[in-house]
Design a protein around this ligand. Structure first.
Ligand code: NDP
Length: 325
């Protein structure tokens, strides 16, 4: 029987024969099994908690045929299936909200922050909780390192150790460079680039200790190709790419992946200010002739976090309708 560490890439459920309903325990990946009397072990990949639960039920039913399966499902299973924790910045609106909701649908408990504590954050919590997991929101300005540390700590106290980290908080202050006040330069760098650094610095150490986890940082096609009137924004988003590639190299050997998503023109509050001819011109530049949705971006984030992207790290993936072709 198992006495040492269990492989970290699997969810392990252990039980004791006929007593499996009452006595089964769920072991987090990497936990040591202390009891020598366990007789049953069920494993399944963590990418699909429901598959894992079904495997657990099937195994338990084989061992305890006299026990009705609804009892197994209701009592045993609800205690065994643990949802991983994904932490998202800027989750109250736009792309961040779509990511929070998508990851909740994928089976994660999700924490997120925003600067405001308004109805938008409450709406995100409501939408995420529809999927049966937990959602935790806190006010946190990602540009403030102390506030970030406090948020990460509070989120982990609420939902357990972070497994997936998505840095989506971002702002724009567009102006041609010669007209740009220093304050607008600084505000964008502080939120977009320093904010991403603050959150990675605060949360990634935990991932390293557990030797598991995924980071997705939100850049932009403006960070890859540049954009007029966006020297501050493009510099911050290019910085995120450099930060992410370097971090990917630092943590790859610890089983942690770091990737970048670079959206094109996505329909959110951030782009709602672009109207009339500016919007028409932007559409003309997109070969697919349509503006992207926050859900288009969330689908990519979901993929990069999933085990389907297990061998992808340090990459910048564009979701832009072909705008850069
Ligand atoms: P939105 O303006 O719609 O939403 C921004 C989110 O970030 C809000 O939840 C906001 O919270 C939060 N936020 C902003 N500043 C901070 C801060 N200092 N601390 C914590 N939270 C903050 O933006 P989008 O959804 O459009 O953009 C999301 C990300 O995607 C950004 O990084 C953006 O640069 C990037 N992106 C967007 C594109 C687009 O076309 N929309 C294109 C390419 C990249 P609050 O409500 O409190 O302000």
């Amino acid at each position: 029987m198992f006495g040492g560490k269990l492989p970290a890439d699997r969810l392990w459920i252990a039980g004791r024969g006929h007593g499996i309903c009452a006595r089964s325990v769920y072991l987090r990946p990497g936990f040591a099994l202390r009891r020598s009397t366990w007789r049953t072990y069920v494993s399944a990949t963590m990418s699909d908690p429901h598959k894992c639960r079904d495997a657990g039920v099937a195994e338990a039913e084989k061992l305890s045929p006299h026990r009705p399966s609804n009892r197994l499902r209701g009592v045993f299973v609800s205690e065994l299936v643990e949802r991983r924790h994904a932490l998202v910045t800027g989750g109250s609106r736009g792309i961040g909200r779509a990511v929070v909701v998508r990851l909740a649908a994928d089976g994660y408990d999700v924490s997120f922050c925003s600067r405001a504590d308004g109805p938008e954050a409450a709406q995100t919590v409501k939408e995420a909780e529809q999927y049966g997991g937990r959602a935790f929101h806190a006010v946190c300005d990602v540009a403030q390192a102390d506030a970030v540390d406090a948020f990460v700590k509070a989120a982990q106290a609420e939902l357990g150790p972070v497994y997936a980290l998505v840095n989506s908080a971002g702002i724009t202050r567009d102006k041609p460079m010669v007209l740009m006040p220093h304050a607008d330069w600084q505000a964008v760098i502080d939120t977009n680039l320093t904010g991403t650094f603050n959150v990675c610095r605060s949360a990634v150490f935990g991932l390293m200790k557990r030797k598991a986890g995924v980071v997705v940082n939100m850049s932009s096609v403006a960070g890859v190709y540049g954009n007029r009137a966006q020297t501050n924004y493009s510099a911050s988003k290019a910085g995120i790419i450099g930060l992410s590639k370097s971090l990917a190299k630092e943590v790859a050997s610890m089983g942690i992946r770091v990737n970048v998503v670079a959206p094109g023109f996505i329909d959110t509050d951030m782009t709602a200010v672009l109207t009339g001819t500016i919007r028409d011109k932007a559409l003309e530049m997109i070969p697919m002739r349509t503006i992207g949705t926050p859900e288009n971006v969330a689908d990519l984030v979901s993929f990069l976090i999933s085990d389907k992207a297990a061998y992808i790290t340090g990459q910048v993936v564009q979701v832009d309708g072909g705008i850069a072709l």
